[in-house]
Write a protein that binds this ligand. Structure first.
Ligand code: FUB
Length: 336
């Protein structure tokens, strides 16, 4: 009898220990959507160390877009705002329309690429770069002038995204007005270099492209994604292409993010966040709440991004639930 009860207690102990371990290693609740409080757009997500970061545009009238806030999280659920990581006082040539930041780290320095002044004519603004010694800034303009200050191949110099390939080459994808260029950045990320064929700007515009390019690599394939439609309207959306080269060609495969009249409208200008598990990807994007009245009523949301076995992407179901909490550096125990 005593032996039987000690076996039962032993089993109970093992079950309790298992549950305790599961509860402490698993990640808790859901983020909900939107994940950031306030009006923000064009979110670019990044991971630095064990922390997730989101760098969005302040979704305001152009003349008031003279600063950027950043947000950090340890678990995708709780986000901390870092106010004014850069502002017009740190960028001598910036007057307005500080847009779509893209932040990368190299050798301990953080590089923040941004669009400034909604450039239409050469000399009015363009794409700039600022540096800082930590991801929350403070960032200071690195050049005293834009990195790209002209319209090449019809592409307005805005909406840049910086991608470094496995061979160490760094590319910058950018462009508004329905045209997209790719350039190569120099090793110090502060100037534009040339491609092997001597070209500086390569136009890679896919069918339907409007703005907001984003390139990522997965299992040896390059995924190029972009926004279509009008960012103030319901038809704003994201489409994608796949290629064997970071320079394309990029042939449109389909739409992966769009309005859902039951949830929100104008879902677009996204980035992709890679989680710790092999197939753990998130799409971070902005959308208009259903009761929005103004084009700038944009909020930042997150949903899972799922790849099929053949590498194609399952269209995202935009949600109010968001994603399940997930810490970086956790043990590979989480159940999907
Ligand atoms: O937020 C300013 C502009 O709106 C971005 O640069 C575009 O991509 C659009 O989202």
């Amino acid at each position: 009898m005593a032996a039987k009860s000690s076996t039962i207690s032993g089993i109970a102990f093992i079950i309790l220990a298992f549950l305790f371990t599961f509860m402490t290693l698993s990640d808790g609740g859901y983020s909900g959507n939107p994940i950031l409080e306030g009006k923000y757009a064009d979110p670019e997500a990044a991971v630095f160390g064990k922390t997730y970061w989101i760098y969005p545009t302040s979704s305001l009238p152009y003349d008031e877009q003279v600063y950027l806030d950043a947000f950090s999280s340890e678990d995708l659920v709780h986000w901390t705002r870092h106010p004014e990581i850069i502002s017009s006082k740190d960028i001598p040539w910036l007057r307005r329309a500080l847009w779509a930041p893209s932040v990368v780290e190299r050798n301990g320095t953080y590089y923040l690429f941004f669009g400034g002044n909604d450039m239409h004519e050469k000399g009015e603004g363009g794409i700039g770069v600022a540096t800082a010694s930590s991801p929350e800034g403070p960032f200071k303009d690195a050049l005293g002038h834009p990195l790209i200050d002209e319209v090449v191949n019809g592409a307005q110099p805005i909406d840049q995204q910086v991608f470094t390939d496995d061979d160490g080459k760094t590319y910058m994808y950018y462009g508004g007005w329905g045209h997209c260029n790719v350039v190569r950045l120099s090793d110090d990320l502060l100037s534009i270099s040339t491609f092997e064929d001597g070209e500086t700007f390569k136009e890679i515009t896919p069918e339907g492209y409007v703005e907001g390019p984003f390139l990522m690599k997965r299992d040896g394939k390059y995924y190029f994604m972009w926004s279509e439609g009008n960012w103030t309207a319901d038809d704003y959306r994201v489409a994608y292409a796949m290629s064997d080269s970071p320079l394309g060609p990029f042939e449109r495969i389909g739409t992966i993010l769009e309005s859902d009249p039951a949830v929100a409208t104008g879902a677009g200008h996204h980035s992709v966040l890679k989680g710790q598990m092999r197939n753990e990807y998130y799409i971070v994007y902005h959308r208009h709440p259903l009761d929005q009245v103004d084009g700038n009523d944009r909020v930042v949301c997150i949903d899972p991004l799922v790849f099929r076995k053949d590498g194609t992407i399952v269209p995202v179901k935009i949600s109010t639930k968001g994603v399940k909490g997930a810490r970086l550096g956790r043990r590979n125990f989480r159940m999907f």
